[in-house]
Design a protein around this ligand. Structure first.
Ligand code: NAD
Ligand code: LMR
Length: 340
């Protein structure tokens, strides 16, 4: 699989050259919305990363307890808490990577777009603070609707004169995590080996799993393709309905986000073999933002796995054409909000 988890390539600057000795923890990460359903388990997983020296937790309330609790774990990252807008700037100073899971989650019957009105304002104000305090940081946007929140963040950063499209990411890792799990289950494959690229966006039909590109190569019947695609596209709704009003995916999301954080930090640390699917500014299609597999390097997005979009199956081609108008509308809505 192109998605490797074991640290292999080590940068000269940060490495300890003796084999078997862990790399030094050097990166400073901030989680905005850290006291929430995603924020808490995500912060725990980031606290376990050997690459993190400082973990800054920000929320509008309830951060102190999370910090006290997490800070007792005997892992290197030093945890600090920041509560409310007046402390946000301090929480962002010197930060290398900001993860944003702040915002309201869905309840049964809602679409992700139903969250737009509340979450757009939250993301806008948080990204403004990022621009003012750590303009070079990588930004991972988890808040929904991701399809619109990333364009909003880009517009905010442009207005502040600090937009670097290589460092702004919509987190779609949960779609890949789900696709890998469901495909491995269905086909009786070893989980660790399965890698299914998922492209497009992060809502309903804009989530397009490329089952024809599954690794290891495997055959699906048309019925399997349709059922798996539908389950991957509606995985979020499956969790929202099971939680019956208590929110949406938090634990699997924290797991997925922690994977994307770790991949990003490995890339920042000089690992030259890091690939992840993510929603970014893109020229792969006529849409200005699009999720696909990208190569991550020290400066962010270093390249696009363009072959992922070649030789699609007829079913995938049709899915790609169908998702474009919906994704475009979500992008335009975000841009319009940011510029109103
Ligand atoms: P939650 O309500 O449990 O937690 C959200 C947290 O954000 C709360 O602690 C809240 O205090 C905080 N918050 C609200 N306004 C804030 C602000 N202005 N500044 C800082 N923090 C603020 O919700 P959750 O379950 O953690 O979900 C968070 C978001 O993530 C939702 O929008 C949800 O739809 C989204 N989500 C995305 C994915 C994905 O795959 N990208 C997956 C799951 C959930
Ligand atoms: C998910 O895919 O689980 C998230 O986007 C949350 C949701 O609303 O479904």
């Amino acid at each position: 699989s192109a998605l490797r988890h074991s640290p292999r390539h080590v940068s000269a600057r940060r490495s300890i050259s003796r084999p078997g000795v862990a790399r030094a923890a050097v990166f400073k990460v901030a989680v905005l919305g850290a006291a929430g359903g995603i924020g808490q388990p995500l912060s725990l997983l980031i606290k376990m990363s050997p690459l993190v020296s400082h973990l800054n937790l920000y929320d509008i309330a309830n951060v102190k307890g999370v910090v006290a609790d997490l800070s007792h774990c005997n892992t290197p990252a030093q945890v600090a808490g920041f509560t409310g807008p007046e402390e946000l700037g301090d929480g962002l100073k010197g930060v290398d990577l900001v993860v944003i899971p702040a915002g309201v989650p869905r309840k049964p019957g809602m679409t992700r777009d139903d969250l737009f009105n509340i979450n757009a304002g939250i993301v806008k104000s948080l990204v403004e603070a990022v621009a003012d305090n750590c303009p070079n940081a990588w930004i991972h946007i988890i808040s929904n609707p991701v399809n619109s929140m990333v364009p909003i963040a880009a517009e905010v950063l442009k207005k502040k004169g600090v937009y670097d499209p290589k460092k702004l990411f919509g987190v779609t890792t949960l779609d890949i995590v789900r696709a890998n799990t469901f495909v491995a289950e269905k086909k009786g494959l070893r989980l660790i080996e399965v890698d299914v690229p998922v492209i497009g966006g992060h809502a309903g039909i804009t989530i397009l799993p490329l089952l024809s590109k599954t690794k290891p190569a495997c055959e699906f019947t048309q019925e399997e393709i349709e059922k798996l695609t539908d389950r991957i596209q509606n995985g979020g709704t499956e969790v929202v309905e099971a939680k019956a009003g208590a929110g949406s995916a938090t634990l699997s999301m924290a797991y997925a986000s922690a994977r994307f954080v770790e991949s990003s930090l490995r890339a920042l640390d000089g690992d030259s073999d890091v690939y992840e699917c993510t929603y970014v500014q893109s020229e792969l299609t006529e849409l200005p933002y699009f999720a696909s597999r990208v190569k991550l390097g020290k400066k962010g997005v270093e390249g696009f796995a363009t072959s992922d979009l070649e030789n699609l199956s007829p079913f995938e081609k049709e899915g790609l054409e169908k998702l474009k108008p919906e994704l475009k509308a979500s992008i335009d809505k975000g841009i319009a909000f940011a510029n109103k």
